[in-house]
Design a protein around this ligand. Sequence first.
Ligand SMILES: Cc1cc2nc3c(=O)[nH]c(=O)nc-3n(C[C@H](O)[C@H](O)[C@H](O)COP(=O)(O)OP(=O)(O)OC[C@H]3O[C@@H](n4cnc5c(N)ncnc54)[C@H](O)[C@@H]3O)c2cc1C
Length: 497
Amino acid sequence: MEDGTTIAAARETILEPAREIPVARRTQVLVVGAGAGGYPAAIRAARHGAEVLLIERHPVVGGTGPMSFVTEFLSCENISGILREVQQRLAAHDAAPAEFLPEYFNLAYDPEMLKLVILDMLVESGVDLLLNTQVVDVIMDGDAVKGVIIENKSGRQAILADVIVDASGDADVASRAGAAMHPREAPQPMMMLCRMGGIDWQRLQAHAHANPDDFSKLWGVPPNVLDGAQFVHVTGWKSLVLQGKEEGALPGTFGHHISVFGATPANLRNGIGYLYAVQVLNRDPTDAADLTGAEIEGRRRARDFLPFVKRIPGMEQAFLIDMAPQIGVRDSRRIVGDYTLTRDDIFAETRFDDEIALKVYRGPDLKGWVRHKPDGSEGGKGHDPADLPLSVVVLGLPYRCLLPAGIENLIVSGKTVSFDNEAHQRIRLMPECMAMGEAAGAAAALAARDGLPPRRIDPAAVRALLAEGGLNLERAKVRLSEVRQTLASRGINVVMP
Ligand SMILES: Cc1cc2nc3c(=O)[nH]c(=O)nc-3n(C[C@H](O)[C@H](O)[C@H](O)COP(=O)(O)OP(=O)(O)OC[C@H]3O[C@@H](n4cnc5c(N)ncnc54)[C@H](O)[C@@H]3O)c2cc1C
């Protein structure tokens, strides 16, 4: 303990001496985290005239999408705003389809190019970036967050800001500020995704067409054709998975299906795709040791799974290109906000005066139903959403879900906003995280401009800025009947209004 550097054993503590640290920057808007909830916030705030600093702990931007190989924007029925711009910029680099019909909901993209597209948009919008920098604490004045403490190669420093957007994916800032959190009732499995080469997509598709009962009707083929635009995903091989479990080639906790996804036009041409299959159960992403364990378990399980993949017709020659740099974390802390969106709000299509995003949700209206169960039994019989009557609804997300109760100067964006467990299982995809990010950015710019706390901003003014930026907030423009018809044409039991 003489040099003060000994790692404390559990419950042992040391006193960290107080010290003076430099204020590295003052800014109007500080965004923490450059994932789906963060980069749109920074871009939107800067485009509305605010001075913006974006801090990211990784050397690259994009968050879970590119870092964990979640290579499809899912649920893009209301594609607009920054997501539409991202799609068009990706398409210009052959990294996503150029045409995208909203009634088909998966938009596949190349993760490497997404990082660059986001970087371009940030730089062009005038956002200042600080990469390889971790936010480690907050600076408080009573209930108000006034800034953060960072650590990076330059040491420990302070950043002061008029308004802070916490898009850390773990609500790190809100948590350090003492915000109340919802309990994590049913931890959703983490996943280790693999990028594969040598995929014969034609054979994959032919096998799925020949064995439709073995595949999900919802996720791509059958009965349609993989085209890199509307159909980008194959989910099934249910009997193969069952056989693997019976033989002991797959662990009992393995889900009930395998997905091969991310079929952009370029990936279809080049035999590349992403394996979505390897789950890690019951881990806490806010516990460093547990998260380390999840990374180790995920990589080792993925390695052990790879020989099995060769049993898939069309994957005999498949080879691993790389595993995702970071395990995919579906859920973490969730703040208790000024309003908590519930699963009942979703199916009642509750309307809110302060709606800052519209999302189409299609799923079974069953109380207690969740897609990602803690025991990993995703996709099991009677559990594949495509086997159940699907409600298709448009829901609005209220601005108040982004405001941590009792804490000032802080807006939370992304998967950690105030939703109950069942709502969160349904609404935490990249498109809605991006829309929340746009709203957080617009609100932060207004708050900084007018010298008001984010809680006192007029949501109508936020909505006006979002509409000006191209985000669709009009229900009449969401092609809901086309979505329902498209699903029904694929043999799915859609609940018609
Ligand atoms: C296995 C899996 C499958 C999924 N499937 C889909 C799908 O098919 N389609 C879809 O649209 N969505 C899908 N999702 C959901 C979606 O990917 C996430 O909900 C979404 O990307 C979350 O974005 P976020 O910005 O809230 O958080 P994150 O993506 O986690 O971004 C947080 C960012 O903050 C940074 N950060 C964290 N802490 C700090 C700190 N203290 N200081 C500085 N920086 C920090 C991180 O490095 C990261 O860049 C899936 C998720 C998983 C895990």
